[in-house]
Design a protein around this ligand. Sequence first.
Ligand SMILES: [Zn+2]
Length: 512
Amino acid sequence: MAYQTLYLKYRSQKFGELVGQDAIAQTLKNAVEQGRVAHAYLFSGVRGTGKTSTARILAKAINCLDRKGAEPCGVCANCVEIGTGAAVDLIEIDAASNRGIDEIRDLRERVKYLPAVLKVKVYIIDEAHMLTTEAFNALLKTLEEPPAHVVFVLATTEPHKIPLTVASRCQRFDFRRIETGAIAARLAMIVEREAVKVDPQSLALLARLARGSMRDGITLLDQLISQAGEELTVQRTHELLGLADPDALVRLLGYVVEGDGARTLGELQTFYDAGGDVRQLVRGLLGAIREAALRSVGYQDAEGLGGAASAGLEKLGRAAGRNTLLALWKGLMEMEPELRKGADARLLLEVTLLSNMSQPVPVTVAPAAASVEAVGVERVIEAPMAPEPAVLGPDARWEALKNRLPKPIASLLMDARLATVRDALVRVEFRYPAHAELMQKPNNRDALLAAAREVFGAEARLELVTAEKPPGSSTIAAPPRAAASIADDPLVKEAMNRFDATNVRVTPRGRG
Ligand SMILES: [Zn+2]
């Protein structure tokens, strides 16, 4: 026997089995029992909330030869025919398909014939909002004078697209998104009957991801079970879905909000080491920020991470405040166009997180010892004269410099090092060009210069050196550039512009 999807296998067969649509089920049961079934229904609601399942149950109930109260027996000839999809008098039309349009065209002609086998012909028109104007007109003519032996069920995810003339002739039911708890309970029932091991956290996660759609929840479960084999743990679920671990997301976001650059980068490293995908991580962070923001104002919905992670986000949201979260959100959203342009996703995420750190806290990270070959152009800041060079050693002064900076700016120096200090020229070598670029933003640059003057003396000038290739790669000498052309270099122009510099000096690599 061919594999039957879990969704089809566990589709509700009775009104009593419908999940999360109690009011609708009760109203329809009353109608069946009292013999007051309408000629046309309009079922609206997001996908997977039970619209077509309900339509089929209704079709069985009004055709069942041995009904129990309002419920179809499920075993009589009519129930079985409808259940197997073999009933010629149950006509399911997918309005989204080309065939659907033809079928509607034939509908007016065929609708007047009595049912061949069943008591009542049932037309289920799925995605009814996709019908053409002509098809709606044909349907309207039929609905204006409905034959007694026909019931129409129009199912749609977009009820506002159904013409009012049609909708007004239907009894309308709005199917609600199914609550996460109800979906999780249904999934738990399924794994028990299927005798597969799935931990409750996985079921809760799948239920949340289903976002109110039972079909999506069961389909996800089906896919994961077939991929995971014997046992599905919450860790494995996250892996298979390519999701960042919720606890790791909360930790990472916490470090960013605290302004802890070192731990932020460490957490990212752990994520990459585990083979994580940056885009998934960004999506996870956006979701976590959303939840933190909502929870901080006392609101929560079914889309959160759940459990301890959600509690952590609430705390974090209150601590961070709305502006911090919004700025971070905005920064992450702005990554997308850059990624499309082919930017290095990992570097972009690092820079985005570091540049959005808000609270100045002393940095205790040692300067990176990596040897960097600085290639290319140096930017020179001329500072006005002032006295008193510091008396500390270079390492201590480097630390002192960083300690004077607000944390987000200091974080940009994490992978940088103090190269040389000569004649009040403080040369800082950046490991990543993007960090140097960020340091050149006016606010950052001003803060760094101010700190440098405090530590190295008021006559201190800055030289920010960017490495054009990552550390560890082989050293290739930079091609010599003619001094005359340097000032025309767009990068130099931009740097001069930013620093109001008039003095551009080109230093061959390795000297300084
Ligand atoms: Zn029956």
